[in-house]
Design a protein. Structure first.
Length: 226
Protein backbone atom coordinates (compact mmCIF):
# COMPACT_ATOMS: atom_id res chain seq x y z
CA UNK A 1 0.00 0.00 0.00
CA UNK A 2 1.37 3.38 -1.04
CA UNK A 3 1.32 6.07 1.64
CA UNK A 4 0.13 9.55 0.86
CA UNK A 5 2.61 12.43 1.25
CA UNK A 6 0.94 13.35 4.54
CA UNK A 7 1.20 9.78 5.83
CA UNK A 8 4.84 9.58 4.77
CA UNK A 9 5.59 12.82 6.63
CA UNK A 10 3.85 11.54 9.76
CA UNK A 11 5.78 8.26 9.55
CA UNK A 12 9.09 10.15 9.29
CA UNK A 13 8.19 12.33 12.25
CA UNK A 14 7.22 9.28 14.32
CA UNK A 15 10.54 7.61 13.50
CA UNK A 16 12.44 10.76 14.47
CA UNK A 17 10.60 10.83 17.80
CA UNK A 18 11.31 7.15 18.34
CA UNK A 19 15.05 7.61 17.73
CA UNK A 20 15.20 10.65 20.01
CA UNK A 21 13.44 8.75 22.80
CA UNK A 22 15.70 5.69 22.39
CA UNK A 23 18.72 7.99 22.67
CA UNK A 24 17.43 9.32 25.99
CA UNK A 25 16.77 5.79 27.26
CA UNK A 26 20.31 4.66 26.47
CA UNK A 27 21.76 7.71 28.25
CA UNK A 28 19.64 7.03 31.33
CA UNK A 29 20.69 3.38 31.42
CA UNK A 30 24.38 4.29 31.24
CA UNK A 31 23.83 6.84 33.98
CA UNK A 32 21.87 4.83 36.50
CA UNK A 33 20.51 1.58 35.12
CA UNK A 34 16.96 0.52 34.44
CA UNK A 35 15.75 2.06 37.69
CA UNK A 36 16.12 5.42 35.93
CA UNK A 37 13.60 4.47 33.25
CA UNK A 38 9.93 5.37 33.29
CA UNK A 39 7.69 6.49 30.47
CA UNK A 40 7.02 9.76 32.26
CA UNK A 41 10.70 10.57 32.88
CA UNK A 42 11.76 9.63 29.36
CA UNK A 43 8.98 11.76 27.89
CA UNK A 44 9.99 14.73 30.01
CA UNK A 45 13.67 14.53 29.03
CA UNK A 46 12.87 13.97 25.36
CA UNK A 47 10.45 16.92 25.30
CA UNK A 48 7.38 14.88 24.42
CA UNK A 49 4.18 14.06 26.23
CA UNK A 50 3.82 10.73 28.00
CA UNK A 51 1.08 9.93 25.49
CA UNK A 52 3.58 10.18 22.62
CA UNK A 53 5.98 7.75 24.31
CA UNK A 54 3.14 5.38 25.15
CA UNK A 55 1.81 5.50 21.59
CA UNK A 56 5.21 4.72 20.09
CA UNK A 57 6.30 1.97 22.51
CA UNK A 58 3.32 0.84 24.59
CA UNK A 59 5.18 0.07 27.81
CA UNK A 60 8.53 0.16 29.58
CA UNK A 61 9.48 -3.36 28.53
CA UNK A 62 9.03 -2.59 24.83
CA UNK A 63 10.88 0.70 25.23
CA UNK A 64 13.88 -1.06 26.77
CA UNK A 65 13.75 -3.84 24.19
CA UNK A 66 13.98 -1.40 21.31
CA UNK A 67 16.83 0.40 23.05
CA UNK A 68 18.86 -2.82 22.64
CA UNK A 69 18.27 -3.14 18.90
CA UNK A 70 21.38 -1.42 17.58
CA UNK A 71 23.64 -3.38 19.94
CA UNK A 72 22.16 -6.70 18.84
CA UNK A 73 22.50 -5.73 15.19
CA UNK A 74 26.14 -4.71 15.66
CA UNK A 75 27.00 -7.93 17.51
CA UNK A 76 25.36 -9.96 14.74
CA UNK A 77 27.26 -8.03 12.09
CA UNK A 78 30.59 -8.68 13.79
CA UNK A 79 29.88 -12.39 14.22
CA UNK A 80 28.89 -12.73 10.55
CA UNK A 81 31.98 -10.84 9.41
CA UNK A 82 34.31 -12.99 11.52
CA UNK A 83 32.63 -16.23 10.43
CA UNK A 84 32.81 -15.28 6.75
CA UNK A 85 36.58 -14.95 7.06
CA UNK A 86 37.01 -18.41 8.61
CA UNK A 87 36.81 -21.92 7.19
CA UNK A 88 33.51 -23.79 7.72
CA UNK A 89 33.15 -25.93 10.83
CA UNK A 90 35.16 -25.48 14.00
CA UNK A 91 37.10 -22.41 12.73
CA UNK A 92 33.81 -20.55 12.30
CA UNK A 93 32.61 -21.44 15.79
CA UNK A 94 35.91 -20.21 17.17
CA UNK A 95 35.56 -17.02 15.11
CA UNK A 96 32.07 -16.57 16.57
CA UNK A 97 33.49 -16.83 20.08
CA UNK A 98 36.30 -14.40 19.43
CA UNK A 99 33.97 -11.83 17.82
CA UNK A 100 31.52 -12.11 20.70
CA UNK A 101 34.16 -11.56 23.38
CA UNK A 102 35.74 -8.70 21.43
CA UNK A 103 32.37 -6.96 21.15
CA UNK A 104 31.85 -7.22 24.91
CA UNK A 105 35.31 -5.91 25.79
CA UNK A 106 35.15 -3.04 23.30
CA UNK A 107 31.55 -2.08 24.20
CA UNK A 108 31.34 -2.67 27.96
CA UNK A 109 28.34 -0.42 28.68
CA UNK A 110 26.33 -1.79 25.79
CA UNK A 111 27.23 -5.39 26.62
CA UNK A 112 26.29 -4.97 30.27
CA UNK A 113 22.99 -3.37 29.27
CA UNK A 114 22.01 -6.20 26.90
CA UNK A 115 23.44 -9.28 28.63
CA UNK A 116 24.11 -8.43 32.28
CA UNK A 117 21.08 -6.39 33.36
CA UNK A 118 17.85 -7.86 34.69
CA UNK A 119 15.01 -6.23 32.80
CA UNK A 120 11.31 -6.67 32.04
CA UNK A 121 10.68 -8.89 29.02
CA UNK A 122 8.59 -7.70 26.10
CA UNK A 123 7.09 -9.91 23.38
CA UNK A 124 9.57 -10.72 20.59
CA UNK A 125 7.52 -8.71 18.12
CA UNK A 126 8.08 -5.56 20.20
CA UNK A 127 11.71 -5.45 19.02
CA UNK A 128 12.81 -3.97 15.73
CA UNK A 129 15.35 -6.81 15.48
CA UNK A 130 13.60 -9.74 13.81
CA UNK A 131 13.64 -12.69 16.19
CA UNK A 132 15.05 -15.81 14.52
CA UNK A 133 16.63 -13.92 11.60
CA UNK A 134 20.37 -14.83 11.41
CA UNK A 135 21.08 -11.49 9.75
CA UNK A 136 19.77 -9.56 12.79
CA UNK A 137 19.43 -11.84 15.82
CA UNK A 138 22.81 -12.92 17.31
CA UNK A 139 21.36 -16.10 18.79
CA UNK A 140 19.89 -17.09 15.43
CA UNK A 141 23.22 -16.27 13.78
CA UNK A 142 25.06 -18.51 16.25
CA UNK A 143 22.48 -21.24 15.76
CA UNK A 144 22.99 -21.11 12.00
CA UNK A 145 26.75 -21.55 12.44
CA UNK A 146 26.29 -24.50 14.79
CA UNK A 147 23.77 -26.04 12.37
CA UNK A 148 26.27 -25.67 9.52
CA UNK A 149 28.88 -27.45 11.63
CA UNK A 150 26.40 -30.27 12.22
CA UNK A 151 25.64 -30.43 8.49
CA UNK A 152 29.35 -31.06 7.88
CA UNK A 153 29.07 -34.18 10.00
CA UNK A 154 31.04 -32.75 12.92
CA UNK A 155 28.17 -32.56 15.44
CA UNK A 156 24.77 -34.09 16.12
CA UNK A 157 22.18 -32.75 13.67
CA UNK A 158 19.24 -33.16 16.08
CA UNK A 159 17.42 -29.79 16.45
CA UNK A 160 17.13 -30.06 20.24
CA UNK A 161 20.84 -30.80 20.48
CA UNK A 162 21.68 -27.80 18.31
CA UNK A 163 19.85 -25.37 20.58
CA UNK A 164 21.57 -26.85 23.61
CA UNK A 165 24.95 -26.62 21.88
CA UNK A 166 24.37 -22.97 21.02
CA UNK A 167 23.44 -22.19 24.61
CA UNK A 168 26.46 -24.01 26.05
CA UNK A 169 28.78 -22.18 23.65
CA UNK A 170 27.08 -18.86 24.44
CA UNK A 171 27.27 -19.44 28.19
CA UNK A 172 30.98 -20.15 27.96
CA UNK A 173 31.93 -17.05 26.00
CA UNK A 174 29.52 -14.90 28.03
CA UNK A 175 31.12 -16.09 31.26
CA UNK A 176 34.59 -15.11 30.12
CA UNK A 177 33.36 -11.75 28.82
CA UNK A 178 31.45 -10.94 32.00
CA UNK A 179 34.38 -11.87 34.24
CA UNK A 180 36.74 -9.61 32.31
CA UNK A 181 34.27 -6.72 32.39
CA UNK A 182 33.51 -7.05 36.09
CA UNK A 183 37.00 -7.89 37.38
CA UNK A 184 39.03 -5.89 34.86
CA UNK A 185 42.25 -6.75 33.06
CA UNK A 186 44.39 -6.02 36.13
CA UNK A 187 42.47 -8.26 38.54
CA UNK A 188 44.84 -9.69 41.15
CA UNK A 189 42.30 -11.86 42.94
CA UNK A 190 42.32 -14.73 40.45
CA UNK A 191 45.60 -15.43 38.61
CA UNK A 192 45.11 -16.08 34.90
CA UNK A 193 47.06 -16.35 31.68
CA UNK A 194 47.10 -13.49 29.14
CA UNK A 195 43.64 -12.71 27.79
CA UNK A 196 44.16 -14.05 24.26
CA UNK A 197 45.69 -17.30 25.49
CA UNK A 198 42.86 -17.69 27.98
CA UNK A 199 40.28 -17.20 25.22
CA UNK A 200 42.05 -19.70 22.95
CA UNK A 201 42.14 -22.27 25.76
CA UNK A 202 38.47 -21.79 26.54
CA UNK A 203 37.47 -22.14 22.89
CA UNK A 204 39.56 -25.33 22.69
CA UNK A 205 37.67 -26.76 25.67
CA UNK A 206 34.24 -25.66 24.39
CA UNK A 207 34.76 -27.12 20.93
CA UNK A 208 36.27 -30.36 22.22
CA UNK A 209 33.48 -30.66 24.78
CA UNK A 210 30.77 -30.15 22.18
CA UNK A 211 32.40 -32.72 19.89
CA UNK A 212 32.57 -35.25 22.72
CA UNK A 213 29.09 -34.66 24.12
CA UNK A 214 27.22 -34.24 20.82
CA UNK A 215 28.90 -36.52 18.23
CA UNK A 216 27.13 -37.25 14.94
CA UNK A 217 24.53 -39.98 15.29
CA UNK A 218 26.40 -42.26 12.90
CA UNK A 219 29.59 -42.04 14.97
CA UNK A 220 28.75 -42.16 18.67
CA UNK A 221 32.04 -43.67 19.77
CA UNK A 222 34.56 -41.54 17.90
CA UNK A 223 34.00 -37.84 18.41
CA UNK A 224 35.80 -35.52 15.96
CA UNK A 225 38.76 -33.51 17.16
CA UNK A 226 38.12 -29.76 16.81
Amino acid sequence: MTLSPTEQRKAREAEQRRKAIIKIVRKLIRKGGLEEISLRKVAELAGYSTTVVYTLFGDKASLITQAMDEDLLELTRLIQLAAAQAEPGWPRLRALGRAYVRFGIEHPDEYAFVFMTRRPHAPNEAARVQHGNPAQDPYACARQLVSETADLGLLSPHPDDIDLMVQILWEGIHGLTARRLVMGEDDQWVPSMPAEQHLDAMLDVLCAGLAQRFPPRHNLTHAPNP
